[in-house]
Each structure stands twice: as C-alpha cells, then as structure tokens.
Design a binder for this molecule. Sequence first.
Ligand code: CDP
Length: 211
Amino acid sequence: MQFTVAIDGPAAAGKGTIARAVADEFGFAHLDTGLLYRAVGARAMMRGRGVIVPAIATEVAKELSEADLRHEGLRTARIAQAASKVAALPEVRAALLAFQKDFARREGGAVLDGRDIGSVICPEAEVKIFVTASDEVRAKRRFEELRAKNPDTRLESVAIDLRQRDIRDASRDVAPMVAAEDALLLDTSELSIDAAVAEAVALIKQRFGKA
Ligand code: CDP
C-alpha cells in the first residue's frame, strides 16, 4: 500500500507537530525534509569555514546519509539560515530528490513535511496540507522552543530569522515554497495542536477510503 501525506508551509507553522501526530495515528513513516537541508547547511558551513560555497554544499548533499539527520544541534537559528541558503541551490535540491521521492512512495504509507512536498517531491500525494500561522504566532512558538534550549534567545531575532527565511524560501527560482492547488489550507494561528491534528486526521481518513 502506497499513501503519501504531504505537509508544507512556512517556518514554525506547526508542520512537524502535525506530521508526527499523523504518522503515529496511521503508522506511517515520517520524514522531516527540513532536516536534510539543515544537515547539508551545517556541514557545508563547517567545510567552508563559515561560508556557504555552492560546490561544497553540492558535494555534501551528494554524500548525505540518514545518520547525518540524527545529529543533535541541527535546530538552531544559525543552521536554519544555512539550510535556507543551501536549499536555494538547484544542485543541492537535485541531489536530495531521489531519496525523498522514494521515501514518499515507500510501502506502508509516508508523511513528509517541508516546503515543496506537494508541489515538487510528490505532486501525486493522496493528501496535501499547507499549514500556516500568523508571523507573530510563529515567531512566538519558535521563540519558546529555542528558549527552552538557550535562555539567551531573543524574540526579535527569532522573528527576523523566520522573516528572512520565508522571503528566501518563497522567492527562490527552484522549488519555491508554495501551496499546491489541491492542498487543504490549515491556519493554526488560533487552532490548538489537537484541533489542527484532528482536521488533518479527518482529511486523511476521508481520502484513505478512496485510495
Ligand atoms: O522547522 P522550520 O520550519 O523552521 O524549518 P525546516 O523545515 O527545518 O527547514 C529549514 C530550511 O530548509 C527552510 O527554511 C527551507 O529553506 C529549507 N527546506 C526546503 O527548502 N525544502 C524543504 N522541503 C524543507 C526545508
């Protein structure tokens, strides 16, 4: 049985939380595709001594293994920025494409969250959801997450990180962040996690019967 749930949206909108809950509910495998770009960004920065060099980033993307995604520390704002920079490079995206496509169509069902899952990676996904929330709500959510790990985190700099990435991610030439035409739009600004997950689960159940 192949069944793909594609969850896209801007930073800190709640994609990851919804994706994990849905994967648990249906027993699907889950891939946080942002981690691919974060891992490439982190390694490329290290090898480039703090600078993103496109040829190095491409090399890193080609060598990436699943074990690289398990590293603690990929969730910082600095690495998020590096991720968004390498994510704008067509060669990097091309190097990560086959792995994501295979994951999406694996047996037993898959949930992938990212920016281009419903539009590029798996346009044939049975369920597509585009998760959004207001800039203020997203900045506050990410601030709380990051502050739990680092008490020096400032709301203002978190908001700037999200804004910069949103603009870069939505305006790049290759696979820009966009809601697929047939995606369900889920605005979580005033929706609890449980309510957002319930909406996603209801849509999947409805489509599951037809798959
Ligand atoms: O968790 P958050 O939404 O802040 O970011 P993420 O999903 O970990 O993604 C980090 C960066 O990777 C994003 O800002 C995008 O530039 C890039 N990305 C992408 O281009 N395509 C994807 N499918 C997933 C992430």
